[in-house]
Design a protein around this ligand. Structure first.
Ligand code: URP
Ligand code: ZN
Ligand code: ZN
Ligand code: ZN
Length: 485
């Protein structure tokens, strides 16, 4: 069985050109003019782009005393409907450790996912068991380990634990990821606002100012440099964090930054609503920032100092948010965005001229595939690549509303935003899994786990440089030592 995508403009990260795409089975067979196939997908007037990859999701995540309501079934289908063909979800180990958590995630995703997926592993403490399990996790196809510098008393790790884990990443060819907020200061500020009798959701934002994120980002970068490993900062939300990343990159360090679509378009005013539910629904960490921070993030995407756009999709219902009705520190942290990331970024980025279509592809797919070491299987339109593609129709419009969303929660943080540019078709490994205006539904179990190999090149280069420039001890012969030693 072959399929040809006809008449579109291919938009890759490096160029745009007109050509047909021939798909055989699950992969791209050929690219060129006038190709023929058993079935034809019409791309006239549309762009054909690599399927979106969301590098940061939390489907069915146990967190803050509850579990994120978005399931693998609803979440992976929501992603496809918005042009995202692959998600990378965070495995959070419980008391039984990394491998047990990996099995639980693998079971839930294999049963329910409609699209492809991969995992990051969280390192939430440090011991010989962590050291040993990391190698087994890498053998299972995970080359990224996440560290939380916040969530004190729960997921947070201290500097010495991070340094140990980063060194282990360097040895294994893995990439450390970091949630960068100073967890001690956040906890202290939370206590302060509660003690002052200010339990509303706006205090969530007050307790996590940009400086708290900037400091932690600098610290994470310093620790990665000391360990001789690259580092990826998740949900970069502010100029202070962006500045740290920018400065490190100018100094030759491999540091990556990931703004979220939420932080690019929503601001801290969301927390000042008179409607408690409205503000609590938008509680996430880091919180939304003001416009100057948003401008910084957009500039970083254009300049290349920030590389990818994610969602951190962690979707809790309004009822779950109400666990924090009298105490903002108990509002489950997280917002959704899986199905809206691509259309909102296109509308606010490409339609405004802030991003080129090629930059859009880079930050939603190609850069992510390269950083996570799955390029060109994913993130590319090349012969041999998986046929994960979006036929993107720049004339399609809709107004985002929870009433019509695929996500199973009862609100949408982008409610009311009018988007222009949507998938006409989403294709996952050669199969049309979403087509605009047609009633397709989830296909639980068709998604595949995508194993990611360790990185040989970057880590080796960094560790070699580290060794060449390491402090050397001085050898002193007895005549240069004080008498009597
Ligand atoms: O508020 C957030 N971001 N919730 C999800 C967990 C995390 O910190 O990424
Ligand atoms: Zn986080
Ligand atoms: Zn997250
Ligand atoms: Zn001498």
């Amino acid at each position: 069985m072959t399929t040809v995508i006809k008449g579109g403009t291919i938009v890759a990260a490096d160029r745009s050109y007109e050509a047909d795409i021939l798909i055989e089975g699950e992969t791209i067979k050929a690219i060129g003019p006038d190709l023929k196939g058993d079935t034809v997908i019409d791309a006239a007037g549309a762009y054909v782009m690599p399927g979106g990859i969301d590098p940061h999701t939390h489907l069915e995540m146990p967190f803050m005393g509850t579990t994120a309501a978005e399931t693998w079934e609803s979440g992976s289908f929501a992603a496809l409907s918005g042009g995202t063909t692959m998600v990378v979800d965070f495995v959070i180990p419980g008391e039984d450790g990394m491998l047990a958590a990996f099995d639980a995630w693998a079971e839930r995703s294999a049963r329910q996912a409609s699209g492809d997926y991969s995992f990051h592993m969280a390192v939430t403490g440090w011991s010989e068991k962590h050291f040993d399990e990391m190698e087994k996790v890498v053998a299972r196809g995970v080359n990224t380990f996440k560290h939380f510098m916040a969530y004190k008393g729960a997921l947070m790790v201290n500097d010495d634990e991070m340094f140990a884990s980063f060194q282990r990443c360097a040895a294994l060819g893995a990439l450390p990821l970091v949630h960068a907020e100073n967890g001690d200061i956040v906890a202290a500020l939370q206590q302060k606002y509660m003690a002052e009798g200010r339990p509303g959701p706006e205090s969530h934002a007050f307790s996590r100012p940009p400086e708290v994120e900037g400091e932690a980002t600098n610290r994470a970068i310093m620790i990665a440099d000391a360990a001789g490993v690259p580092v990826y900062i998740v949900h970069t939300s502010c100029e202070q964090a962006h500045e740290a990343i920018r400065r490190a990159r100018q100094k030759g360090m491999r540091v990556y930054g990931e703004p979220l679509i939420q932080h690019l378009v929503l601001d801290e005013g969301e927390y000042f609503s008179k409607d408690w539910n409205y503000s609590a629904q938008r509680v996430m960490s880091p919180p939304f920032r003001n416009k100057s921070h948003q401008d910084s993030l957009w500039a970083g995407l254009a300049a290349g100092s920030l590389q990818v756009v994610a969602t951190d999709h962690a979707a809790f219902t309004t009822a779950q948010k109400q666990f924090g009705l009298t105490d903002f520190t108990k509002i489950p942290n997280g917002t959704g965005g899986l199905e809206d990331r691509m259309p909102v970024l296109w509308t606010r980025g490409v339609e405004t001229g802030r991003l080129t279509p090629n930059e859009f592809v880079a930050v939603t797919s190609t850069n992510i595939a390269q950083i996570l070491n799955i390029y060109p299987q994913k993130g590319a339109i090349l012969p041999g690549s998986d046929a994960d593609l979006v036929v993107w129709d720049p004339t399609l419009t809709k107004t985002i509303t929870a009433a019509n969303q695929k996500s199973i929660i009862d609100y949408n943080v982008f409610e009311g935003i009018a988007v222009k540019g949507l998938p006409r078709y989403t294709i996952s490994r050669g199969e049309v899994v979403w087509s605009d205006g047609q009633n397709s539904g989830p296909r639980p179990g068709r998604g595949k786990f995508i194993a990611r190999k360790p990185f040989p090149a970057i880590n080796r280069a960094l560790s070699k440089w580290k060794e060449l420039t390491a402090p050397r001890s001085v050898t002193r012969s007895p005549e240069h030592m004080p008498i009597g030693v």
